[in-house]
Design a protein around this ligand. Sequence first.
Ligand code: SAM
Length: 235
Amino acid sequence: MSKLYIVPTPIGNLEDITLRALRILREVDLILAEDTRTTAVLLRHFDISTPMRSHHKFNEHATAQRIAEEILGANPNSSLHGKSGKTIALVSDAGTPGISDPGFLLVRTCLEAGVEVESLPGPTAFVPALLQSGFPCDRFCFEGFLPQKKGRSSRLAALADESRTMIFYESPFRIVRLLEQLGEHFGLDREISVSRELTKKFEETRRGSISSLLEYFRTTAPKGEFVLIVKGSLC
Ligand code: SAM
């Protein structure tokens, strides 16, 4: 039966792809990829030759409805030659689509159109970072990327009394700035865990107070991809 599959891909280590993800990527009619060049490397590695099409945050608003129609077989002018009932997989550059990546809009559009959506479990950066922090993981809140300008400070102010463990994604260029802002809103003594390059050769997790990690990253340039885990206010 035609459907949309959401397929997580590795965040660094190619061994982390699941057997089912590989089978689905081989079997579907089409793979929607955030960056076809990045996904081509993955597909080549696993000898998969399924056709790809670009699907990213700049075109998803315009194409989501057409994709839902392709899966339903309701669009005879689709680029897949009008063959009805296409099965399509969505992947992002790394990790789970929809988690700080395109995905939500297509899933919602497909569900509204009556398309079945199946989401595979698999790699995502925040789970290993959360576990490696050693902070409570029975309850947590995923904040992803904070707004870069407008709304950033008010979002952090709203989280100051959050008692659950908090998860942030951030670019290496803004790590020091984020640590400074976390210090301003949560206090410099709040415990934090910073994981970088998860599953990759230079994977590293540093734990300590916000002030100790600020001191470290002010003298050691942050490199790679980062997840920050902040202990909740009551822990
Ligand atoms: N969809 C991805 C997921 O499931 O985690 C997230 C994609 S988001 C565009 C990219 C951000 O995820 C990076 O800036 C970083 O915060 C985090 N990230 C992705 N891969 C990572 C890795 N190997 N180590 C640490 N953080 C990573």
